[in-house]
Write a protein that binds this ligand. Structure first.
Ligand code: SAM
Length: 201
């Protein structure tokens, strides 16, 4: 069986790497590894997503779906210290690294837990949900994240998605428009789209 970054228990050898990266004006030292998405630097799409993100108008926690080693959730937790950020992933190696990165970067307002999609997510009133979705897991998984997010958002809560045009941005946009009251492309850069969907009721 080929190894994927979205395996529950990656079997690839472990060889951690550590590097510095600035997100939203804050310095981070990240540890990543084989068997997780983006081993050597923060993915361009993830960076575009966090740099485009605007603080939600409503009270509430923030959720990062498919957190990997943690760049999205940790950068938002650092930017918005009064909010709590939940970070979930199906990949146990990613969860372990996200926890380590939270500790090493002194980010305390996060909870990192294992979840297949929203399976273990209990909060249903998130102010914002962000995702750089697992394209390689298939369109069904990606669209499940988009569709199910609606039920986990507070009224006026927003879903933020980064997706490349060639990897399905137009169909993701169409799917979001079927469910959300307001959907916008807030940024386009190098073929990456940042989609923002708002729930009104
Ligand atoms: C494109 S990567 C983004 C990782 C990380 N957010 C980043 O910016 O580097 C997508 C992530 O989704 C996770 N994933 C895949 N299938 C999932 C599922 N069914 N439920 C939760 N997470 C999943 C993968 O393990 C991977 O970490």
């Amino acid at each position: 069986m080929p190894e994927h970054y979205y395996s529950k228990k990656p079997s690839s050898k472990s060889e951690r790497t550590k590097w510095d990266f600035v997100l939203r004006g804050n310095n981070f030292t990240f540890t990543s590894d084989y068997g997780v998405f983006s081993k050597n630097e923060v993915d361009f799409g993830s960076r575009l997503l966090v740099e485009s993100f605007e603080e939600p108008k409503v009270e509430g926690n923030i959720l990062d779906v498919g957190c990997g080693y943690g760049p999205i959730g940790l950068s938002l937790a650092k930017s918005f210290p009064t909010r709590h950020v939940h970070m979930v992933d199906v990949n146990q190696r990613a969860i372990e690294l996200a926890r380590l990165n939270a500790t090493n970067n002194e980010v305390a307002n996060v909870s990192v837990f294992e979840s297949n999609l929203f399976e273990n997510v209990k909060d249903t009133k998130y102010a914002a949900i962000l995702t750089n979705p697992p394209i390689r897991a298939g369109k069904q998984v990606v669209h499940s994240i988009l569709v199910e997010s609606y039920d986990y958002l507070a009224e006026k809560g927003t879903l933020w998605v980064v997706i490349q045009k060639k990897q399905g941005a137009p169909s993701a946009m169409k799917k979001l428009e079927e469910i959300f009251e307001q959907v916008d492309v807030v940024k386009k850069d190098k073929g990456y789209f940042i989609l923002r969907a708002e729930k009104f009721d």
